[in-house]
Design a protein around this ligand. Structure first.
Ligand code: C2E
Ligand code: CA
Ligand code: CA
Length: 853
């Protein structure tokens, strides 16, 4: 027969009905009890059995009912939890050898003892079960006796009648249980039909087995013992089947959990998903996840209320043991009082598991309130929670690492101050704020003898000096000022003051503060500083403001002024930068800039699929100037527009030559922040492409992460326009900026270039390895092609190939080469397309690696 307590275990969290479902179940049980009592009276010969037996059989049957109640387990078929017990065996015996009265008594006493003493079933459920059992048994008697009256009562007829009676009663029982469950969960009809559909065969099998036992008993009571073997075997086999099935389902669930929880890199999103999933997988009303942050307040996410005071640190006295331990635990009412749970309900209990990243606890996962009637967690739930906590740990670990990376990317590790990138963003914000009545300014602070300190006293003393300097300035800055460390001994501050006079007083104050003696290594030193100030007005953008403050500082320093405020005249007098600027302008005009090409190697096929164009400039006096240096000057002065145009037009012309020679390659060109603010760039790019008859899909434009943040809407419009003409976009130096993933996801980007600083140490630094691997995974999840740059040796190349990286670029493949050398190199390394018909080659290349959009 279908046994209700187990089936009720399958209940999900109650959706709020008008009346409490427990009350409804009690009323329902009373109705069933009345029906059962009335029906009992309708049975003829309530006190005489079909086949008489000794009184001792009543005790034996009661024990049999108790035993079958005790050995109940539940199976899940088609998402329905079906209780399985062998109660049909004592039922069959009782039907035939006992009178209805004693049989009902045995049923009630045997089951009640187990339910009350061993199961501690709550009252409403006990009531329901007892009413249900009685009704089932009474119905069996009515069917049996009706059948016998119709066909006669030979032993064979008795056995058949008993089987029919039990099947009918089981079907009725199943319907009644479905109705009770629907009081918690609704959808009654659906529940009834689906349970009957799933479980009918169990009723037939059980009843037939019980009928066979009965047949043996009718032949000779001792033969009944023979039935122990098949009944026991059946019970065992079905239970094993259920366990294996449950394990498979658990695996499935855990797998799905990781998939759903691990989709994000944002710890808050991961936590939200985790509590919802955990509560649902463990069929609990409430779940809480708390994550301890090393340097901050803990984060908590909950659904429902677990009713306990959660720890705020891993060493919280009541929780420390559990958090340090490796195993999930089930905590009962007594244990809960220790954690300060208000235990009004005697059956309250909760499951808790530490979430550990390696040996370090990063959080705690707590689940409470098992839904439905059984409302108890079992040992398998403990294992399940532990599994979930382990899966969660790896997703959460990744998310926290990412968060830390994002934070660190904006912070100077030595002083904890914002770094250049964060500072630029702040200046941009201040520059946009036009509502302020007073003055807005950027102030650059530079220590005068820092290099001396560093060289004579060592780096350690140098670091200490920087930290002390930062501390002093931070103490005196205004509430809305932002202080940052840009590089070495270069600090900067952006802020507001009511007037220029106030701004100047503030600067003098800082200068005096900096000049107070510092004790380093027991030595008292006086280190002075120079300050350059640039006022921000409506015509000055971030880059210009910072450059002007820089120029003012240069002046303050070289002329020992202490403080200098930028004016246009001093710009013209600043020598070093100015000479470079003039020369660069001439170099661009005279077409003295050269292009070098560095191959991009497809790691899956080993074929060169493209090249990055890098600018080269040899100064008449200075010799080769590093690209990064003069590109920066070009950016600061607006010359970058011409520089980028040169790279694009010459690069595309060269690409035409490569194609004509049969090398079907793509070309990558670097763009600067300022290029993205130029809304006419897409138009020019298109012109160059058309002039050389080059497919736009062959051109990739690389933009750095930080470029995306300056004037985002305008840059985005340019990016979208470039995408619209068919050009691929790539994010360069990925990992060094602080672009949020959600932002990247919105951009029409085809490629992600992992910054070389991570690639260089990928073999030796575990953290870099994690970053590289997760960036590759992340890129692929977003549908991007992932490029590794700065690959300096074959070991790294092999590792990247193993990690599934798509493309590599670096000295170990080739240094950047002038166009002619590059072509010779391609020829010498046997680039495949040179041996083929150019058309074929083209098809072949695109088929191998379709351009990712
Ligand atoms: P980037 O775009 O990240 O370019 C890669 C840089 O890494 C290049 O330096 C390249 O020579 C170097 N490199 C390539 N393979 C390796 C390697 O295996 N190991 C090491 N250590 N370095 C490698 P380069 O040419 O000096 O350029 C430096 C930066 O200057 C570029 O970084 C880019 O930001 C900028 N730049 C260069 N050319 C242009 C240009 O035409 N336009 C713009 N806007 N910026 C450019
Ligand atoms: Ca680049
Ligand atoms: Ca790069």
């Amino acid at each position: 027969m279908t046994d209700s307590p187990v089936v009720l275990d399958g209940m999900q969290a109650p959706s709020r009905p008008r009346r409490r479902p427990e009350t409804e179940v009690v009323l329902y049980s009373l109705v069933l009890a009345v029906v059962a009592a009335t029906a009992t009276l309708a049975i003829p010969d309530v006190w005489s059995p079909t086949r008489p037996a000794g009184w001792w059989l009543v005790v034996l049957v009661a024990v049999g009912f108790g035993l079958s109640e005790r050995t109940i387990f539940h199976l899940e078929f088609d998402r329905q939890a079906i209780g399985f017990s062998v109660s049909e065996v004592p039922t069959a015996i009782a039907l035939v050898f006992l009178a209805p009265g004693p049989a009902i008594g045995a049923r009630l006493v045997g089951s009640a003892i187990v339910l009350v003493v061993l199961r501690k079933t709550p009252l409403y459920k006990l009531l329901f079960n007892l009413a249900l059992f009685t009704l089932e048994l009474v119905l069996s008697f009515i069917v049996l006796r009706g059948f016998l009256a119709l066909v006669g009562d030979t032993d064979a007829e008795v056995v058949i009648a008993a089987i029919v009676a039990m099947v009918v009663a089981s079907l009725l029982g199943s319907v009644l249980v479905s109705i009770a469950i629907s009081m918690f969960e609704g959808s009654m009809l659906e529940r009834i039909t689906s349970e009957l559909r799933v479980a009918w065969w169990l009723f037939v099998v059980n009843s037939t087995l019980a009928g066979m036992t009965l047949a043996l008993a009718l032949m000779a009571p001792a033969l009944t013992l023979l039935a122990v073997v098949p009944v026991g075997a059946m019970w065992y086999l079905i239970q094993r089947y259920g366990i294996v099935n449950q394990r498979l389902r658990d695996l499935d669930a855990v797998h799905g959990f990781t998939g759903r929880v691990g989709q994000s890199l944002d710890p808050a999103e991961i936590m939200d998903a985790a509590v919802v999933e955990t509560a649902s997988l463990l069929r609990a009303d409430s779940a809480s996840l708390i994550v301890f942050d090393v340097n901050g307040s803990p984060m908590t996410r909950s659904i429902g209320s677990v009713g306990v005071r959660l720890p705020i640190a891993p060493d919280d006295p009541s929780w420390a043991d559990l958090i340090a331990g490796d195993e999930a635990r089930l905590i009962d009412g007594k244990g809960l009082r220790k954690f300060g749970l208000d235990t009004r309900s005697p059956s309250a209990e909760l499951l808790a598991s530490s979430v550990k990243d390696g040996a370090d606890p990063i959080g705690l996962l707590v689940v409470a309130g098992r839904s439905g009637a059984a409302h108890r967690f079992g040992s398998d739930d403990v294992v399940r929670l532990q599994n979930l906590a382990e899966q969660l740990a790896s997703s959460l670990g990744k998310g926290l690492l990412h968060q830390r990376m994002e934070r660190e990317a904006r912070q100077d590790p030595l002083t904890g101050l914002p770094n250049r990138a964060a500072f630029e963003q702040k200046v941009a914000q201040v520059a946009k704020d036009r509502n302020h009545a007073g003055v807005r300014f950027v102030m650059m602070l530079d220590l005068d003898r820092f290099k001396e300190v560093n060289d004579t006293l060592g780096h350690h003393a140098g670091d200490e000096l920087l930290i002390e300097f930062a501390r002093r300035i931070a103490q005196h800055k205004g509430r809305f000022d932002v202080l940052a460390r840009l590089a070495g001994d270069e600090f900067a501050l952006v802020g507001y003051r009511a007037s220029e006079a106030e701004m100047n007083t503030f600067a003098e104050h800082l200068l005096a503060e900096a000049a107070r003696p510092v004790t380093l290594d027991g030595l008292e030193l006086v280190v002075t500083a120079s300050i350059g100030i640039a006022v921000i007005d409506d015509h000055v953008d971030t880059a210009i403001a910072i450059r002007r403050a820089d120029i003012a500082t240069f002046n303050a320093k070289t002329q020992r002024l202490g403080i200098e405020t930028y004016r246009d005249e001093i710009d013209r007098r600043t020598p070093a930068r100015l000479s470079m600027l003039g020369d660069l302008r001439t170099a661009i005009e005279h077409e003295d800039l050269r292009l070098h090409y560095q191959p991009k190697l497809d790691l899956s096929t080993g074929i060169v699929i493209g090249a990055e164009a890098l600018v080269r400039w040899t100064h008449a006096v200075r010799g080769a100037v590093p690209a990064a240096d003069f590109v920066r000057v070009a950016e600061d002065t607006g010359l970058i527009k011409q520089l980028t145009d040169t790279m694009l037009s010459k690069g595309i012309e060269d690409l035409r030559r490569f194609h004509d020679r049969g090398f079907h390659l793509g070309l990558s060109v670097n763009l600067s922040t300022h290029d993205l603010l130029d809304t006419r760039l897409p138009e020019r790019v298109q012109r160059y492409l058309q002039a050389s008859n080059v497919d736009p899909a062959m051109l990739t434009l690389e933009i750095t992460e930080s470029a995306l943040l300056i004037d985002a809407p305008r840059s985005r419009a340019t990016i979208n326009d470039l995408h619209a003409i068919g050009v691929r976009m790539s994010i360069d130096d990925f990992g060094t900026g602080y672009s949020s993933l959600s932002y990247l996801r919105q951009l029409p980007v085809a490629e992600l270039k992992i910054d070389q600083s991570f690639i260089a140490n990928v073999l030796i630094d575990e953290q870099d390895e994690v970053i590289v691997r997760s960036t590759i995974e992340l890129g692929h999840n977003l549908g991007l092609e992932v490029v590794a740059e700065g690959v300096e040796n074959n070991e790294i190349l092999e590792q990247l190939r193993r990690f599934g990286c798509d493309v590599a670029q670096g000295f170990c493949i080739s240094r950047p080469l002038a166009a002619n050398h590059f072509m010779s190199w391609l020829q010498a390394t046997g680039h495949p397309s040179r041996n083929q018909d150019p058309l074929d080659a083209n098809v072949w290349v695109t088929e191998q690696k379709p351009p990712v959009r």
